[in-house]
Ligand binder design. Sequence first.
Ligand SMILES: Nc1ncnc2c1ncn2[C@@H]1O[C@H](COP(=O)(O)OP(=O)(O)OP(=O)(O)O)[C@@H](O)[C@H]1O
Ligand SMILES: [Mg+2]
Length: 298
Amino acid sequence: MKISIEDLNKVYKGGNWALKEINLEIPNGMFGLLGPNGAGKSTLMRILVTLMKPSNGKVTINDHLDLMKNRREIRAMLGYLPQDFRFFAKLKTWEFLDYTARLAGMKNKAKRHDAVDRMLEEVGLFEARDRNANRLSGGMKRRLGIAQALINDPKIIIVDEPTTGLDPEERIRFRNLLSQISTRDVIIILSTHIVGDISSTCENMALLNKGKLAFTGSPEELVREAEGKVWLIQATEKEYLEINEKFPVITTIPSDYGWEIQVVADQINGYYGKQIEPNLEHAYVYFMENKLNQWITA
Ligand SMILES: Nc1ncnc2c1ncn2[C@@H]1O[C@H](COP(=O)(O)OP(=O)(O)OP(=O)(O)O)[C@@H](O)[C@H]1O
Ligand SMILES: [Mg+2]
C-alpha cells in the first residue's frame, strides 16, 4: 500500500488555512501524525477518508486510485475512527458493531457474527457485549470506536487520537493490536499530540505545525535533529527565572546547587551546563519552539 499526497491545501470557509502545501508519501506500516492542537491533523485525516474535499492538491493510492475520482473503491478499503466518535440509538454493544459491519458490506450473517465476537474479544469488550452501547464508560466507547474501524479488515486504517481516554493498560493493548495488524499489507495512520504514542510503534512519522509539514522521517531521525541542542543546566534560583524566560524548559529538578534544568537551545551562553542525549520529546520541542521560530523570522 502507498498513499501519495501532492501539494495539498485546505482553506476552510472564513479563511482558516488548515493545511499548507503538504507533500507526503505514506508507505506500509504504522505512520504517526504528531502535532499540537490546531495543527491540521484531523483536517488531513478527514480529507484522506473522503469526508471532506481539499481546496487543491492531489491524493493517490497505490499510484492509480485518485481520491477525488475513485471514492467508492477507496471507501471500501478504509477504516476510520473520528476524533469525536459518537453513536446514536439504543443498541447493545455487539449490535452496534454488527450494524457497522453490515454497513461496511459484510453480508454473510454467520461470518459477520464471528467477526464481531472476535473483534469484541480483541478490544476487551466481550464481557460488555450485551450492555447498552451508550452506557459504556468513556474509555470503553473509545474501544468500540476502534473496533468499528477495524471490523472489515481495512487496508487503510485512519485513527484520530485513538488513545484519548484509554487507561495505560488499554493503551499498551491497543498499541500491540495495531502493531500486529501493521505487519500485513496495510497502512495505519494515527494522529496524536502525545509524543510517547509515536516512539514505541511508528516506523515513520510526520510533524505538523500550523498546517505545515515540519518534519517527515523516522522517529530516530527526528531525535537526531535535536542532537547538540539539549542541555542540562545547573542554575541558581535567580538564574532559573531568567532561563525560564529565554529557553523552552523541559524539566526542572531541585539540586544542592539550586536547580537542575533541562532546556532545548542552540547555545546556553553564560550558564553552567552540559549537553545531554536528546529523546523524542526534546526533538519535538526543538522543532516546535526553535527551528520553526527561526523559519518564521527568517
Ligand atoms: N470546520 C471547520 N471550519 C473552520 N475551521 C476549522 C474547521 N475545522 C478545523 N478548523 C481549523 O483548522 C485548523 C486545524 O484544525 P484540526 O482540527 O485539523 O487540528 P488538529 O491538529 O486535529 O487539532 P487537535 O489536536 O486539537 O485535534 C484549526 O485552526 C481549526 O480551528
Ligand atoms: Mg484533531
